[in-house]
Ligand binder design. Structure first.
Ligand SMILES: *[C@@H]1O[C@H](CO)[C@@H](O)[C@H](O)[C@H]1NC(C)=O
Ligand SMILES: *[C@@H]1O[C@H](CO)[C@@H](O)[C@H](O)[C@H]1NC(C)=O
Ligand SMILES: *[C@@H]1O[C@H](CO)[C@@H](O)[C@H](O)[C@H]1NC(C)=O
Ligand SMILES: *[C@@H]1O[C@H](CO)[C@@H](O)[C@H](O)[C@H]1NC(C)=O
Ligand SMILES: *[C@@H]1O[C@H](CO)[C@@H](O)[C@H](O)[C@H]1NC(C)=O
Ligand SMILES: *[C@@H]1O[C@H](CO)[C@@H](O)[C@H](O)[C@H]1NC(C)=O
Length: 570
């Protein structure tokens, strides 16, 4: 399981993104997707080349042992035997915790051993590295391990020891490369190296994201994305064209401030919205609360959490303004906390929203999605249920309630519940025949169940209902990948998503994971880089950087150790 704190909650966890999250949770992120896929393919490929080196050396050593029979009791030991003797002495000191003495013995062994006994020599260097490790001489550990590896390139112990030394020296990339090599050489069965790789990927992802996020140029996502985000609220107090401002005052008041912002918004002219809100806010207009909420929402859509926060804080603190607006601000601030990895702050905001406006269906709808994200399926189902009770016409929430029940049936491993949940999902497509998400969620569940034909049919229906939504194409591509193992076909479908929305980071991320699965690490890395350029939040970036660096490390390792890239599994 992925650790949910890392999963990227999107700006409003609008539905399309929540599948992305569901997928991320279904398959462990970072190490799971990138390294794990490699593992899968690796198992099916031939590792014989990897094994040869070791075996021949072992044989050689056995032969070398023969002359020992000649040697009498007298001290006529060969240099090689003397070296072994020093090493054994060193090992005894090592076990007794006397590392300086152990090092002296290994020095002796290294001096004595004939240069052609490369296997022995590399062992002595590795042992000396182990002693230096105990003394925290990490630079020495690296030097000795490097010597050991020059003599025996696939010496896993030396590789892992060097990885740990690099970790201690805070050389994360070098650490990652070595620990990735261990993962691959050991078929991903070396738990400690898997954990270390995972840790490095997370830390590197975080570091790189911190840097990149500062440099990014904020831009609005596609119009489709913005509309889909707003449609994840049944009533936010700003996006519906309620009459509250048209009716009042003279006709032309609509040309400034919030009124202008709202008109631009309604016309899909999103670029001027923030500026028009600025006007309202700077002049302390009568639509201050609405303007704050609208501006904060657009900042969030552009991934500018720091700019959104003061507006949300201010609105939430305005006791006199409408509870609907304040509850909506709390939902958005809560989702923001979630993106920052602070789920307790997120849940606090949702709890406050419930206190302020207990019958607001949107609160439960969005909290349900966060609970789904946190793998609290029971809580999610309860939230969606409440949302449905409050607003039975909220198609999206209805479909998600059914989907949560489906997930719950999986958790409970109950065939009965599963059957009912599948029926309900199907029913929700009948009840809401124009709700694309209902079709897509049903398709997703059918796909999980291996019912690929039905799944494909419903994904196609979802696409027909919402042809400008790129995510459905990506999901259909993924379906084809599991169904027909046809990477090129899947890629073609996903390319279609990019034709529709060239800013669809989800499509780029998915293309990257497909390339990882067929061992095409350079291509994978460049897709992940494209997704990074489009990512809106630092956490999303961090996750994508982890994937990108994982692909890079695997590319480096397969090249360096001349491991044939896994035979394509797709
Ligand atoms: C790794 O897996 C391959 C194929 O299953 C096998 O031939 C090889 O011996 C394994 N190597 C190790 C180090 O476990
Ligand atoms: C490695 O992890 C696997 C799966 O999590 C576990 O079954 C196994 O006991 C672990 N091995 C070690 C040596 O920790
Ligand atoms: C969440 O934020 C609060 C303060 O706002 C802080 O006390 C807490 O430690 C944070 N939790 C995490 C997991 O970052
Ligand atoms: C689905 O709809 C059918 C027909 O309307 C109905 O008989 C059935 O009880 C519904 N199933 C569920 C689980 O809601
Ligand atoms: C690797 O990726 C590139 C770019 O996507 C693609 O053209 C090429 O066919 C891929 N190669 C393999 C072996 O999958
Ligand atoms: C991959 O190799 C390049 C060139 O040697 C190096 O700069 C980079 O740090 C390596 N990346 C990783 C993740 O190992």
């Amino acid at each position: 399981m992925a650790d949910s704190g890392e999963a990227s909650a999107d700006v409003g966890s609008s539905l399309p993104k929540s599948w992305k999250i569901a997928l991320a949770i279904g398959a462990p992120i970072a190490i799971g997707v990138a390294v794990g896929a490699f593992y899968y393919s690796r198992r099916r490929s031939d590792l014989s080349s990897g094994e040869k080196g070791g075996k021949t050396q072992t044989k050689g050593k056995a032969k070398q042992g023969e002359p020992t029979a000649h040697a009498a009791a007298a001290d006529e030991r060969t240099p090689e035997e003397k070296a072994q003797g020093s090493k054994n002495k060193g090992n005894k000191y090592f076990k007794a915790g006397r590392y300086e003495q152990a090092i002296a013995c290994y020095n002796e062994a290294i001096e004595l051993v004939p240069l052609d006994k490369t296997k022995d020599l590399s062992t002595f260097y590795q042992n000396r590295a182990a002693a230096h490790e105990q003394l925290k001489n990490y630079a020495q550990v690296v030097t000795d391990c490097t010597k050991a590896l020059e003599l025996n390139a696939r010496y896993v112990k030396a590789l892992f020891r060097r990885a740990k030394a690099f970790e201690n020296m805070n050389q994360k990339m070098a650490c990652l490369e070595d620990t990735t090599a261990v993962c691959i050489l050991e078929n991903f069965s070396h738990n400690q190296s898997m954990l270390l790789a995972d840790k490095m990927l997370k830390e590197l992802g975080k570091e790189k994201a911190q840097q990149r996020y500062k440099e990014r140029v904020p831009s609005l996502p596609s119009g489709q994305f913005i509309r889909s985000y707003f449609s994840s609220f049944s009533d936010d107090g700003i996006s519906r064209s309620s009459n509250d401002y048209n009716d009042e005052g003279a006709g032309d008041v609509g040309n400034t401030g919030y009124r202008k912002a709202h008109r631009l918004f309604t016309n899909g002219d999103y670029n001027g919205v923030i500026e028009a809100c600025d006007e309202e806010i700077n002049t302390d207009g009568d639509k201050l609360a609405e303007a704050l909420l609208m501006r904060a929402t657009f900042y969030l859509l552009m991934g500018q959490a720091a700019e959104a926060r003061p507006d949300l804080d201010r609105l939430i603190g305005m006791d006199e303004s409408s509870k609907k607006l304040r509850a909506n601000a709390l939902i958005k601030r809560g989702s923001m906390h979630m993106q920052e990895g602070n789920s307790s702050d997120a849940m606090n905001d949702f709890a406050t929203a419930v206190r302020i406006d207990p019958d607001n269906a949107d609160i439960y709808h969005h909290r349900g999605q966060l609970n789904l994200l946190l793998d609290r399926i029971d809580d999610a189902a309860q939230d969606f249920e409440k949302c449905n009770k409050l607003n039975s016409n909220f198609a999206l929430a209805h479909a998600q309630y059914s989907y949560a029940k489906y997930r719950l049936a999986l958790v409970h491993q109950s065939p009965m519940q599963l059957h009912t949940a599948m029926q309900e999902l199907e029913n929700s497509t009948k009840k809401f025949p124009t709700c694309a998400e209902a079709f897509a969620l049903y398709a997703q569940a059918q796909s999980d169940q291996g019912q690929f034909h039905v799944a494909d049919e419903y994904f196609q229906k979802a696409i027909a209902l919402e042809p400008d939504n790129p995510t459905a194409y990506v999901h259909r591509g993924l379906l084809h990948l599991s169904w027909k193992k046809d990477a090129d076909g899947a890629i073609a479908m996903i390319q279609k998503a990019l034709e529709i929305d060239s800013k669809c980071d989800f499509a780029y991320e998915t293309l990257g994971t497909i390339e990882v699965q067929r061992g095409n690490m350079s291509a994978a890395k460049s897709y992940f880089e494209k997704a990074i350029d489009l990512a809106r939040t630092e956490m999303e970036m961090s996750h994508l950087f982890s994937l990108s660096v994982a692909a890079e490390a695997q590319r480096n390792v397969t090249t360096k150790y001349n491991i044939t890239p896994p035979s394509p599994i797709l």
